[in-house]
Design a protein around this ligand. Sequence first.
Ligand SMILES: Cc1cc2nc3c(=O)[nH]c(=O)nc-3n(C[C@H](O)[C@H](O)[C@H](O)COP(=O)(O)O)c2cc1C
Length: 376
Amino acid sequence: MDSFADQSVQSLFEPFEFGRRRLRNRVAMAPMTRRQSPGGVPGADVAAYYRRRAEGGVGLIITEGTTINHPGANGYPSVPTFYGERALAGWQFVAEAVHAAGGAIIPQLWHVGRARRPGTEPDPAVPGYGPMAIEEDGKVVVKAMTHTDIQDVVAAFAQAARDAERIGFDGVELHGAHGYLLDAFLWAGSNQREDEYGGSLEKRLRFSLEVVRAVRAAVRPDFPVVFRFSQWKPEDYAARIAATPEELGRILKPLADAGVDIFHASTRRFWDVAFAGSPDTLAAWARRLSGKPTIAVGSVGLDKPFTPRDAAPGGDPSVLTGHLAALEAGRKRGDFDLIAVGRALLSEPEWPNKVQQGRRDDIVPFSQEALARLVV
Ligand SMILES: Cc1cc2nc3c(=O)[nH]c(=O)nc-3n(C[C@H](O)[C@H](O)[C@H](O)COP(=O)(O)O)c2cc1C
C-alpha cells in the first residue's frame, strides 16, 4: 500500500507503541454512544460495526461509553454494560473481530453520574449519583454520594479494567469528561462538597485519582490507561475544570503520577486555542504539562456543525485538506500523538485508508442521516 501513500499525511500513518500492541497509525476512533445493545449486551452487529472501522484502517478503536458495575452508572436506554457474563462475552467477540482486522481496541468505561434520572434502566428506582444532591419537583433525583458510594464506584472501575484485560482488550479509557461522574467532581460548578472530595482543586481531583490508582493496580503495568477529560459539558460549553495552564497541570500531573499513560483532550474542534495568550491546543498543553502522550479530537474532516455553534471554517472538500494539513503540522510540532475521529467515521468507515491513499474525493461525507442511524 505504501507506493500509493499520500506523503502529505505521512506522520498520521506512522506506528505508535501502545502497551503490548503497535498501532499501525495515529488514527483513533472517538467513543460514540449508539444505544444498540438491548439489555446491555453488545451483539454481533456491534462487532461488525467496529470491525468495519478496523478494516477501514483505524489504528485504535475507543468504544462507545460502556457502563461499570454500579447501580447508577447508566443514563440511557440500550447502552452496553461492561459487566455480566453475556455482555462481557459480547465484548470479547467485539475485541476479537477488531484484532482480526488488524486494529487495536479499548473500551470507554463510563459512569454517567448526575446525568442519570430515576426511571432509567437497569433499575428504574435508582437515582443519579453525584457530588451534590439534586432535587426536581421536591424529589431527590440525584443522590449526594457517600464515602461508601465512592468506594463502590472506585472498585467497579477497577473490576471493569481487570475484565477488559482478561477478555483481550488492549487498554482502557476512563471517561473523565463531559460532565459525567468524574468530571462532575472535578468541576467546581457541580462540586461544592465540604469533605475531602470537594473544595480545593486537589480535593475535587481526589475521586479521579482514587479511580486511576485502583485501575492501575488492577491491571498489568504495561496495560495502557487512557484518561479522557474536557473543558466543556453538554449543558455548558464554557464550564472549565482549569482556568489556567497552571491549574490544568495540577490536575494532569497527579493523574499521570497515579498511572494514566495517555490523556485524551476532548475538544469540539481540534484546532481550538485552549488558553488566551498562547496558540496551543488543549492536547498540546496536556502533553507538555503531563509529560504523557495525548489524543486530540474534534471536527476532523467536517464542514457540518455538531451544533449550530460548531461550524468549521471553509467548505468541502477544502475543509478536509485544510484539516489534514493542520494535523500533519500539529503532529510534527508534537502537539499530540493520536488524532481521534468521530462523526466522519460514521458515514465513512474507510476514512483512514482513503486518506492515506489520497482518495479524498471518494470519502463519503458526514451526514445527519449517518448520525441518526449509527448502526452500519
Ligand atoms: C453520536 C455521538 C455519541 C457520542 N458518545 C460519546 C461517548 O459515549 N463518550 C464520549 O466520551 N464522547 C462521546 N461523543 C463525543 C465524541 O467522542 C467526539 O469527541 C465528538 O463527536 C467530536 O469528534 P468529531 O467532531 O470527530 O465527531 C459522542 C459524539 C457523538 C456524535
